[in-house]
Design a protein around this ligand. Structure first.
Ligand code: ZN
Ligand code: ZN
Length: 216
């Protein structure tokens, strides 16, 4: 097997050195302080904990190795990075009892350019490998605003609504006590994932969790 990052011969998707390098760009390594309530890594427990305050879990900052891996997968379409990136979500998901993943769909232009939906692929990988269930509940809606955007703005613009089939399935699953967990890759302004969590919370009166790989 070849290491997904440096392409040297390795025992798993990563060689030992790259595994360590990836660990070192995560908050679990970067932050020494721990939240006294949930035990997540925090910059300083005095400033509060994103998990306790906003139900938000993030692997690391959108920089260096983490940013380049996400871009190689997302923009470069390097599907061999799928197992590696999916695995980064697992420890965060494991802090939640009975998680139900709700992936954020990629922008319409993004999916067209790349030929796949990056978060859907990750959710489906996690379901197959770890039996963590997921549902596609979000779909795009084109608001009036959308029409006024230029091409570049449209490539990242996402406005979501609940799909009909998705929302009736979701209602059933939530009644079984599952915890909805919105998953996305990058949280830039927090806009898309926040929008999705408000949508779920307003429709079902249930608190959602948000898990992302990187915040920018
Ligand atoms: Zn390597
Ligand atoms: Zn906490």
């Amino acid at each position: 097997m070849w290491c997904s990052i440096c392409k040297c011969l390795a025992d798993s998707v990563l060689c030992e050195q790259c595994r360590e390098a990836l660990h070192k760009v995560g908050y679990a390594y970067l932050y020494n302080d721990r939240c006294k309530v949930c035990n997540q890594s925090v910059l300083d427990s005095v400033y509060g904990c994103p998990n306790c305050l906003d139900n938000l879990l993030v692997y690391g900052p959108y920089e260096s190795l983490l940013a380049s891996l996400i871009n190689r997968y997302k923009q470069g379409g390097e599907l061999q990075l799928l197992p590696l990136l999916s695995e980064l979500y697992v420890p965060m998901i494991k802090t939640i009892a009975k998680p139900l993943l709700l992936p954020i769909p990629s922008s319409l232009q993004g999916r067209k350019a790349r030929g796949f939906d990056q978060m859907m692929k990750i959710a489906s990988y996690l379901q197959k490998k770890y039996e963590i269930p997921y549902l596609n509940v979000f779909t795009h809606t084109r608001t009036r605003q959308y029409k006024q955007l230029n091409r570049l703005e449209r490539s990242s613009y996402i406005s979501l609504k609940l799909s009909k089939t998705g929302s009736s399935k979701l209602e059933k699953v939530l009644a079984e006590g599952f915890q909805p967990v919105i998953i996305d890759d990058i949280r830039t302004t927090g806009f898309t994932s926040t929008q999705a969590s408000i949508l779920i919370e307003n429709t079902y009166s249930i608190k959602t969790k948000i898990i992302v790989l990187a915040d920018a």
